[in-house]
Design a protein around this ligand. Sequence first.
Ligand code: MG
Length: 301
Amino acid sequence: MTQPARVQIVEVSPRDGLQAEARTLPTEVKLELLDRLADAGLTAIEATSFVSPGAVPQLADADDLLTRLKRRPGIRYPVLVPNERGLERALAAGADEIAVFVSASESYSQKNLRRGSAEAVATACVVVKLAVARGLRVRGYVSMVIEDPDDGPTDPDAVITTGTALLDAGCVELSLGDTIGTGTPAQVRALLDALRSAKIAPDRLAVHFHDTYGQGLANVLTAIENGVTAVDASVGGIGGSPFAKGKGASGNLATEDVVWMLDGMGIETGVDVRKLAATASWMAVQLGHELPGRAARALFG
Ligand code: MG
């Protein structure tokens, strides 16, 4: 078994985490979160989303937040952009990296993006090309890569088709999302094998696992053993609170749990797990409920 010397953590709590929380945090608190995450050593932090404020009121302050964010050298701050209008807003607020979002499954694409997968991918590719032409780095999220709650298991060919389109349009990296968290290591390995056979190498991939069924760390380890060196995670598991009832509960994997595992394996992340865990404890207070991450509770109670 080989393992990489270093893994890039992509912290998604300020966007993917907070959009699923019942409580909308003040912009000042979000800016403090971004500062604390940078202090902990994270170098890729998804800052916010430029989706319609009506659709995601928790992130309605995206323009203000990104304008006021004090960027630090060496830290990337991607923002989610759903369409051309979102791209223009993001550019006006000073974005230099964006992420686009599609689904490998038909039902989730219809539910979440209100259009079929192929049409959503085509729209995303237009945004990617415009962004690349403006000099931005672009990540592509592909969700439901293992299974869709309505459609059942996702055909790896759908992930390949979707992912290839995004990469060809100019995405630097694909983030593969097991959005409902049902996947196990066998499925992760099979998917990565299928992608590799389709000439999508693991160095173009990040993994975005949800811990809904307790499979998150096992799936991260499997991905790393199969050549992936970028992992999305959310401090405290924000966005995945077992107390957040209903469809907002996304089951994000806690960043400090991932870092604890990688530290123990001697894989460098640049992240100080104690500072990160302290941030998780602080966020639990800000959000008004316990967070599902384990390491922070183990360290700080
Ligand atoms: Mg997520």
